[in-house]
Design a protein around this ligand. Structure first.
Ligand code: SF4
Length: 389
């Protein structure tokens, strides 16, 4: 056993929240093979691990990670995060899922159909997008990267996803399924297809399912997706700053931010408060105050703002950018998370998907840190943050 290991003191909840925030911004240098997501719809590039038991994803592949002060090192009986010679926390790696060794009858490997993201089976059901490869492409997105590299197939059928979901549940303990899609040039923007995939997954496996899509032109589509059986829905505005949205997601910006609020209101009616979420990516030049106010407005109508730092994906148009400073990310969390907690909106209440898993954000770590239950923390033993005016 190393000297550093003998003198190791475990982090408290505040220190762990800070470490996760730092690692999500600076990245984690890894000397070992680690299960990760490369490419895919939306922001990705994520090594998947548990840090002192907290589910976390962290950039591991991008060039900037090489200058991160944080390194994951192999120890006699596991792994740990180090900063220089200081051992900071224990690491447990996501094991290679057993179902990755299986294939469909016609020879498609299961891992090309869906990946395990820690304890969630996740798939981009249509790995193509009407915006990809033209002036509408979202600059942070990597949906075409994994397809071009042959790591996935363009279209996953409901039957394929159902087959893989059962295996992911039985062999690897998947607790939910997260299904996203590239946008289509049809009025439903892909929502009905991902809804049909959710129906098949749910019928076969019984797992709760989150579906993700753009606001459809006809909002009745949202009710039809609900009727197909999805439990939660992500309709992702990505940023609340209209100028930034026009730069980073010109295709999505065409609908306007109010179209998202309209779709969310309809979705909350169908799916319930807290079961509707949106990614909010920080670090793309957005106005912080507008971001905080808009997150709170979303919370007020029952939408979970899933706030994450930008994670520049190798191969995406933002590949050469850097994630935002962890202090900036935390400053936004600290204005939004207490607001959510005061309204009873927590990750615990989300049935499926990104906001249930939480590993790509530091929000849940901050939920766990802060004041004890006797001073306003959650009744379930988790703790809350002090409220900001
Ligand atoms: S809409 Fe944007 S984020 Fe979504 S798949 Fe298309 S390019 Fe990627």
């Amino acid at each position: 056993m190393s000297e550093a290991r003998e003198s190791f003191t475990p982090l408290n909840a505040d220190e762990l929240a800070e470490l996760i925030g730092n690692i999500q911004s600076h990245g984690l240098r890894v000397e070992s093979k680690i299960e990760r997501r490369r490419g895919g719809a939306g922001p990705s590039d994520a090594g998947m691990l548990w840090i002192d038991g907290a589910p976390t994803t962290a950039p591991t592949d991008a060039a900037y990670v090489q200058s991160s002060p944080y390194e994951m090192r192999h120890e006699d009986d596991g792994f740990a995060v180090y900063e220089g010679s200081t051992r900071l926390a224990e690491v447990r790696l996501a094991p290679r899922p057993k179902y990755y060794d299986l294939s469909t009858e016609d020879g498609i490997p299961y891992w090309k159909i869906a990946l395990m993201h820690l304890d969630s089976m996740a798939s981009t059901v249509l790995q193509t997008c009407a915006y990809w490869g033209n002036s509408d492409q979202c600059t942070f997105c990597g949906i075409g990267v994994s397809l071009a590299a042959g790591r996935t197939i363009a279209k996953k059928t409901p039957a394929m996803l159902a087959e893989v979901a059962v295996a992911a549940r039985d062999l690897d303990g998947a607790v939910d399924a997260t299904l996203t899609t590239g946008s289509t040039a049809t009025p439903d923007r892909g929502a009905l297809y991902v809804g049909k995939c959710a129906e098949a997954v749910k019928n076969a496996s019984g797992l709760p399912v989150q579906v993700q899509f753009e606001p459809p032109e006809d909002l009745d589509v949202i009710d039809r997706v609900k009727d197909l059986g999805a439990d939660s829905v992500g309709i992702h505005v990505e940023t609340f700053d209209p100028k930034v949205l026009a730069q980073v997601a010109p295709g999505k910006a065409r609908w306007g931010i109010e179209a998202y609020f309209g779709a969310w209101e309809r979705a909350v009616k169908a799916f319930g408060e807290g079961q509707v979420s949106t990614y909010v990516i920080l670090g793309m030049g957005e106005d912080p105050q507008l971001t905080i106010e808009s997150c709170r407005r979303a919370v007020d109508i029952g939408v979970y703002p899933f706030i994450v730092p930008l994670r520049p994906v190798p191969g995406s148009l933002l590949a050469d950018e850097r994630p935002p400073a962890p202090e900036y990310v935390e400053s936004i969390y600290r204005e939004v998370v207490p607001y959510m907690l005061a309204r009873g909106m927590t990750a615990e209440g989300v049935m499926a998907g990104c906001a249930r898993c939480q590993a790509c954000s530091g929000m849940a770590a901050l939920e766990r840190a802060g004041s004890p239950a006797s001073e306003g923390g959650l009744a379930d033993g988790r703790t809350s943050l002090p409220l900001f005016a």
